[in-house]
Design a protein around this ligand. Structure first.
Ligand SMILES: Nc1ncnc2c1ncn2[C@@H]1O[C@H](COP(=O)(O)OP(=O)(O)OP(=O)(O)O)[C@@H](O)[C@H]1O
Ligand SMILES: [Mg+2]
Length: 356
């Protein structure tokens, strides 16, 4: 099939993209041979703390060197001037000129991007209005709230009209209202620009994106549309609700039909990934009675990304291949002892409001 003229297939593309920090015994393999395929639209980049999101993004925007492999931004080599011009970037910890007002800052950034004063002011005011910062335009950025700072950061990234916006955890450290506002603004931007946005909060990504790439320990765990991911994994997580959910967790962990069990922090019901689905379904009602509990419900829910990720991770911990990446356990085994012990001590924090 002929490609539509001028239409880009991949906003971001990479082949075995790898980053090793340091040398010798101190070397840290932060990103391992990842193949990214990011199509136009809003694409989520998920992973727990330390997964390698910022490292990947830093290579894509040309802020750090690529150790091995290659990457392109809309067919231009990552790190090249041509690629940089296509990108608007908000880093994880942006720094601002706190003494400048919001408007002064955007005009300054626009002029750096080559606009004349009049055009720069027009563009700045348009973006201030879009981000609901017009009334705060004459206030110093140092006095802005966290949410306002993130929005002025995104506005600054947009000032030279990039084709692709790369946002590294734009909602981190915001309160729920600030978060919802930033998410809403990012979603609406998809009409005019593609967005690659990282987060460790699955529910947030689910609100913004149709497609996601999940990474963990520098490897891609899964990359697909959220709908496909859920379809692939539907049927493997059960919800169990009783009058004593917390007390049943320990005995369930030891049950031969249970692969993974945890308590959902939001609804406080039990989630179970079975070893053998049929056996689990047959066993649960009697098992509940035997444990002197009252059964309120036992069913397979519509999955959240959180459930899917927990399931993928449970298969990975078991050492078995996942549906999405049969190399995963192999990659783990290849890791050094040091990395393995770091892995053990690392908690996967994939919940809204987790401390960072
Ligand atoms: N400059 C550096 N030198 C050495 N190691 C580094 C450096 N930057 C990151 N790392 C390591 O690389 C790994 C990936 O870190 P990275 O910051 O890319 O993760 P992340 O997914 O962005 O995490 P977070 O959600 O906490 O922002 C971690 O083990 C981290 O300690
Ligand atoms: Mg990061």
């Amino acid at each position: 099939m002929l490609k539509e003229k001028g239409k880009i297939e991949h906003e971001i593309w990479s082949d075995k993209l790898t980053k090793v920090y340091g040398k010798g015994d101190d070397a840290v393999k932060a990103v391992t041979q990842i193949d990214l395929r990011v199509e136009p639209g809003i694409h989520g980049f998920l992973g727990p703390n330390g997964a390698g999101k910022t490292t990947t993004i830093s290579m894509l925007v040309g802020a750090i060197s690529i150790t091995e492999g290659r990457a392109t931004i809309r067919n231009e080599k990552a790190g090249s001037v041509a690629a940089k011009q296509l990108i608007g970037f908000l880093p994880q910890d942006p720094t601002f000129y706190d003494k400048m007002t919001g408007e002064e800052y955007l005009i300054y950034m626009a002029k750096l991007g080559g606009l004349r004063t009049k055009e720069a002011r027009k563009k700045a005011q348009e973006l201030l209005a879009y981000f609901d910062l017009f009334d705060a335009r004459a206030r110093k950025i140092g006095n802005y709230s966290g949410g306002m700072k993130q929005k002025i950061g995104i506005a600054a990234a947009l000032i030279h009209e990039p084709k692709l916006l790369i946002l590294d955890e734009p909602t981190a450290n915001l309160d729920p209202i600030g978060r919802a506002d930033v998410i809403d603004k990012i979603k609406k931007l998809s009409d005019r620009v593609s967005v690659f946005v990282s987060s460790h909060i699955l529910s947030e990504i689910e609100q913004m994106c149709k497609k996601v790439t999940m990474i963990d320990q520098g490897n891609i765990v899964i990359s697909d549309s959220i709908a496909n991911i859920k379809r692939k994994f539907v049927g493997n997580v059960f919800v169990l609700d009783t009058n004593m959910n917390k007390q049943l967790l320990k005995p369930l962990e030891k049950n031969e039909n249970v692969l993974k069990v945890w308590l959902d922090e939001e609804d406080e019901r039990i989630r179970i990934v079975p070893k053998d689905q049929e056996k689990l379904q047959k066993m649960i009602p009697k098992w509940i009675i035997d444990n002197n509990a009252i059964l309120f419900g036992f069913h397979q829910p519509e999955l959240s990304l959180q459930d899917v990720f927990m399931e993928i991770m449970s298969k990975k911990e078991e050492g078995g291949p996942t549906e999405s990446n049969s190399d995963l356990s192999l990659n783990d085994r290849k890791k050094s002892k040091k990395e393995k012990s770091e892995k053990k001590s690392k908690k996967i924090t994939f919940k809204e409001g987790d401390s960072r």
